[in-house]
Design a protein around this ligand. Structure first.
Ligand SMILES: [Fe+2]
Length: 163
C-alpha cells in the first residue's frame, strides 16, 4: 500500500512495519514477545558485529530482523533458512528500495544462517554470529552444544572478554 505517508518511510522503517505486521499475527502473546525480542535483538547484534568487522550495518540490521521471521510466522523450523530467505526477498522487493546485490547479501545470509558448522561469506558469518550472540545474552543459562557452542566461544573472546 503506497500512501504518501508510506513513501516517506525509510526502507528500514518499511521493512520494520512489515515485520511487525507479521509478528502481530502470532496468537500467543508469549511467543509474539519472544519472536520480537529475538528478531530485534539479533538485528542489533548484527549492527555491532558489522561495525567491528567493517561490513554494511544497514543490511546487517535487516538480515538480523528478517532471519527467523518465517519460522516464527509458521512455527516450522525445518528448512527455515531457505524459506526465510524467500520471505525476506519478497519483503525487500515489495519496497522497491534494494539493489540486486543488497538483496542477494541479505537473502544469502538468511538462507545459510542455520548452517552454524559451515563457513560461508563474511556477511553470512555475521548473521550466524549475531543469532548466537543474541541467544548468549538473552538466555545466559542455555547450554549450547556442537557448532553453536564453538561459535559462542569465539564470540565471547571477540566481544565479551575483558582486556
Ligand atoms: Fe535466530
Amino acid at each position: 500500500m503506497n500512501t504518501p505517508d508510506h513513501d516517506k518511510l525509510s526502507r528500514r522503517e518499511q521493512i520494520e512495519d512489515r515485520v511487525c505486521d507479521i509478528l502481530a499475527g502470532i496468537d500467543s502473546p508469549k511467543e509474539r514477545q519472544q519472536a520480537s525480542a529475538h528478531l530485534f535483538g539479533t538485528a542489533r547484534m548484527a549492527v555491532l558485529i558489522a561495525r567491528k568487522r567493517g561490513l554494511d550495518e544497514d543490511l546487517a540490521y535487516l538480515a538480523g530482523l528478517l532471519h527467523d521471521l518465517r519460522r516464527f510466522q509458521t512455527g516450522i523450523s525445518a528448512e527455515h533458512g531457505p524459506e526465510g530467505a524467500r520471505l525476506a526477498g519478497s519483503l525487500l522487493d515489495s519496497t522497491g528500495c534494494f539493489t540486486r546485490s543488497e538483496r542477494e547479501a541479505v537473502c544469502g545470509a538468511i538462507w545459510f544462517h542455520s548452517e552454524k558448522g559451515s563457513r560461508h561469506l563474511p556477511f553470512d558469518e555475521l548473521l550466524k554470529d549475531a543469532d548466537i550472540l543474541d541467544r548468549m545474552l538473552a538466555e545466559p543459562d542455555e547450554k549450547m552444544t556442537g557448532a553453536d557452542a564453538r561459535r559462542a566461544e569465539r564470540l565471547a573472546l571477540e566481544f565479551l572478554s575483558r582486556s
